[in-house]
Design a protein around this ligand. Sequence first.
Ligand SMILES: [Zn+2]
Length: 192
Amino acid sequence: MTNPEAQAQFHEFNQRYFGGKLPRYRVRIVDYIPKQREHGRINRKQRLIDLLAGHQDACMIATLLHEMAHAATNDQHADRFMEEMKRLLSVGAPITYEADLKPYEEKERFTPKRLTRTFLRCAAEEAIMGAPTTSLRAFVRWFVLDYGYADSSAEFMRKFPWVSHVFREVKKDAKAFEKRRAQFLSKEVTAD
Ligand SMILES: [Zn+2]
């Protein structure tokens, strides 16, 4: 799919599935999307949608519709977004339940309605294990996008001021663990 094709596809989908109500967006095919597990991304402020190149057209089209569902709702994968995706599926848009809805539904099922320390701690451990230099800011941004609980990072930090404390604790534990592991490994080497 080329840039003009993607752009035309956006326009066609907007007419066909959104009643032409979505604002005008620029749609680009890009070779690289930093730190992103999805095949696309949206910047609602800049009215910009990026689709990752190198996938089959069907996959890129499903990604475009995923981003358009964000354009119609918000940046999260929570209730409003999921309802929009279900609506798209029910009106025959080219997405599938298995690939485009089920993974998000399953995630939703394991996400507690009220944010608990345990749940946040697990997420922080996962983030810090994957990238030890993760900052609180980057973590919160990622967490809000993935799990919701607030509309923005700033609102999230206001609602859950204890998060920074839990995050620092997890970082400290991870460092201590690394140190113990390094000590253990060096002892093993010098033991014989
Ligand atoms: Zn998304």
